[in-house]
Design a protein. Sequence first.
Length: 306
Amino acid sequence: MSSYTPYYEFNRKKWASLRNHTPLPLTEEELDNLKGINEEISIQEVEEVYLPLTRLINLYVEASQQLNTATSSFLKTDDKKVPYIIGIAGSVAVGKSTTARLLQTLLSRWDNHRNVGLVTTDGFLYPNDLLEEKGLMKRKGFPESYDTQKLINLIGDVKAGKNKVEVPIYSHLKYDILPNEVQTICNPDILIVEGINVLQVDKENQVFVSDFFDFSLYVDADANDIERWYVERFLLLQKTAFQSPESYFHRYIDLSEEQAIKQATQIWEEINLKNLHENILPTKGRAKLVLTKGPDHKAENIYLRK
């Protein structure tokens, strides 16, 4: 980013100083359970990057709660609490899911917002049989492969104070929506919505998913680094999850390492890289905060919109 931007720019050391003695409510064991399959994130990184971030978000949530109370008092209404909505975007394999899980855990340890829900937009992908019917399997993850209106309706219901909403569940093992299975979100203080498409806009619609966000975060990295992480993850999954006969990618288990790298690279270039350049990366400038990662997968710089 240039020196003339609408963002405050922080390197990791400067950002870490903003923690201001915020306690670390997380153990090494809990952190291990939150990490992605090939991600290395340390307690030190949590302290230096994510604790200042949760402190900032807490300030925003507290201000929002106070404003909602003052507004209800002014209007002489007895409205329910208004959940604070956070959107997290970024490329496939960049680590946004780990970021979302980590923020959910850390934010839920603050007294004024214990109930923190997490929804991933994978659950709003159309089922594979419908994608096959529409000829969209090779564009899975592109905007047209999602039931965006269903996602908008759900977030709207949460924002309006609906006590309970049901979210479709997506299986990464089966690479498909699980029919008749749902995740229930009950009256959260904060709802985190994570997915590659959450900051995208559509000229054909008047309402966007991001219209409901109070705070948005984009996890960024160099495309070459993300490709390497994607391939590394593919190789790890080939030796683990792909071994299950139920895995959609079970057919890849007998590939040699060279063949597996070639296959993963092809998937990356034909689908994920194309989607990154066409649909995901252009939304980075719409985020309130951009967190950039270096080649070692560690957060390096933070950009906060003024």
